[in-house]
Design a protein around this ligand. Structure first.
Ligand code: GDG
Length: 484
């Protein structure tokens, strides 16, 4: 990889650790996500640091446990302290009640409260100050996600030169949605303060370009393929599409382990060897859980031959419980599950098994391995890692992935055998599930084999490499004009 011995500074809303207070003492445990797994070796090799909020409110004394963690990890963690008001305004407010719903096409759920915006700017400044304090001019700063779109802008305002890249984990909406944002031009302009802006898909990037054309017609746009350049007021930024992925081997190896094989057998036995349909999501309105339950209801109404032949397991992980809408959604899901189970249950069989909690990784992988059909049907999703984790864990290669056309993963996975559906069309989803029941297993095997091959090749390590290679590329001026 180019970039010489540049140190890497990763900045994200949260540090990659879980913090808990045990009897008055702060305890830090490593976070388990794919991003940490993929970035840890790069941070270690280059000597790097990770900056983020610890999750605690106020100034908690975590210097010693963080230093100890950093020594063991081989890279250092630096916390950003946020007050209770900042957490309310910047995180719950602007990030999760403005940007999250708007970027997922849920304008009606947006709360365009101007105080949220000011809090967002203040918090981005706070993050930038920690970056300035701990980084050097020669470092590369890689900022993650919608919470920190203004960080590079703050650095430039402070007159601090740093090479900066940004990756947006959620979708970027088209102009008819984005233009509703009161702070639209400021956000687009601040994103252009990054040297490289990465999106999940080509579609997100084109949406961003359309918004740019509408809001900043003076910007000059050129390039093609994965390399688009934008020049505004003498500054050039590049825009790329980098579909995020998972640690394929970690999932495949865990799925093949004796422990998971035993758990898989236990789950299947408990469900009396019926076919297993599986949904796994954070409990969020973008994930389409009520629509999926409606599709199950349609399946049972339209295809009575399937009654008592399957169990639908829906795992919903608690998320953003401080926001009232998430609690309302939880109640709606519980009502729907009760309704469908009440309507169709028979002695010894309930159609929907609903789990509202976070499971240990081995249990999650066992569910993935046990499931005959995964229903990954978000209404809108940046990528959706569950779709990829399901395939990686499906070591028998007999499973079927039914995937929403509105998940970022659809572009990559459709051509390799995922069955695409419109999650709003609950009858259509029911028909695709029914068809999967009656399709020859040889077809399922062929598709799952191709899906697994494609994810194995484009895993999370590939993703980190593609972003950083692009970030460190010195061929900025080689792109021909943008077509179309
Ligand atoms: C955002 C974007 C984009 C779920 N249940 C359990 C559990 N999980 C883990 C899964 C998976 C993760 O949560 C969910 O990832 P997704 O990608 O599906 O969704 P978001 O949380 O919305 O993530 C998304 C992603 O960022 C990355 O860029 O793909 O589009 O919205 O990894 O495994 N993990 C454990 N127990 C559970 O019960 N241990």
């Amino acid at each position: 990889m180019e970039g010489g011995s540049k140190r890497l500074v990763v900045v994200s809303n949260r540090l990659p650790v879980a913090l808990s207070n045990e009897g008055g003492r702060w305890v830090i445990k490593p976070g388990g996500g794919g991003l940490v797994t993929a970035l840890a070796p790069v941070l270690k090799n280059r000597g790097g640091l990770w900056i983020g909020w610890s999750g605690a409110k106020g100034e908690v004394d975590i210097v010693d446990p963080l230093a100890e963690f950093s020594r063991e990890a081989g890279y250092s963690l630096h916390p950003v302290y946020l007050t209770e008001e900042e957490v309310a305004g910047y995180y719950h407010g602007f990030s999760n009640e403005v940007i999250w719903p708007l970027f997922h096409d849920f304008q009606s759920r947006c709360n365009f409260n101007p105080t949220y915006w000011r809090s967002y700017l203040d918090a981005n400044l706070k993050f930038a100050e920690v970056v300035v304090r701990f980084s050097r001019d020669s470092d590369y700063i890689w900022v993650h996600d919608y919470h920190l779109m203004h960080l590079a802008f703050m650095l430039r305002n402070m007159g601090v030169p740093r090479s900066c890249g940004f990756f947006l984990h959620i979708p970027f909406p088209p102009p008819d949605i984005f233009l509703k944002l009161p702070w639209r031009a400021k956000i687009v302009r601040s994103l252009l303060e990054y040297d490289l802006v990465g999106f999940q898909t080509g579609r997100d990037r084109s949406n961003f370009i359309s918004c740019l054309r509408a809001l900043l017609p003076e910007a000059s746009i050129s390039g093609r393929g994965n390399e688009v350049r934008v020049t505004l007021l003498g500054r050039t930024s590049r825009l790329g599409a980098f579909p995020i992925s998972i640690d394929f081997n970690a999932f495949a190896n865990m799925a093949s382990s004796g422990e998971v094989a035993q758990k898989t057998k236990d789950f299947r036995d408990a469900l009396r060897q019926r076919k297993i349909l599986l949904g796994v999501d954070r409990l969020d309105y973008t994930k389409g859980i009520p629509q999926r339950i409606e599709a199950i209801r349609q399946l049972l109404i339209k295809f009575p031959d399937l009654r008592e032949r399957f169990s639908f397991v829906q795992l919903a992980v608690p998320s953003r419980e401080e926001i009232p809408e998430y609690n309302a959604l939880k109640i709606e899901i519980e009502r729907l599950v009760g309704e469908v189970n009440g309507q169709f249950a028979q002695p010894g069989w309930v159609p929907i098994q609903y789990l509202y909690r976070s499971l240990p990784r081995a249990d999650l992988v066992a569910y993935y391995r046990a499931a005959d059909i995964a229903l990954v049907t978000p209404l809108r999703d940046g990528m959706n890692l569950v779709a990829k984790e399901y395939c990686a864990s499906n070591v028998s290669e007999t499973g079927v992935l039914i995937l929403s056309e509105f998940a970022g993963a659809a572009g990559q996975l459709q051509k390799n055998g995922a069955k695409l559906v419109n999650p709003h069309d609950v009858e259509g989803v029911a028909k695709v599930i029914h068809k999967a029941f009656h399709t020859d297993i040889a077809d399922h095997r062929r598709n799952m084999h191709r899906l697994r091959d494609s994810i194995r090749k484009a895993d999370i390590f590939w993703w980190v490499d593609s972003f950083l290679q692009n970030a460190f590329s010195r061929h900025l001026n080689d792109f021909p004009p943008l077509e179309g």
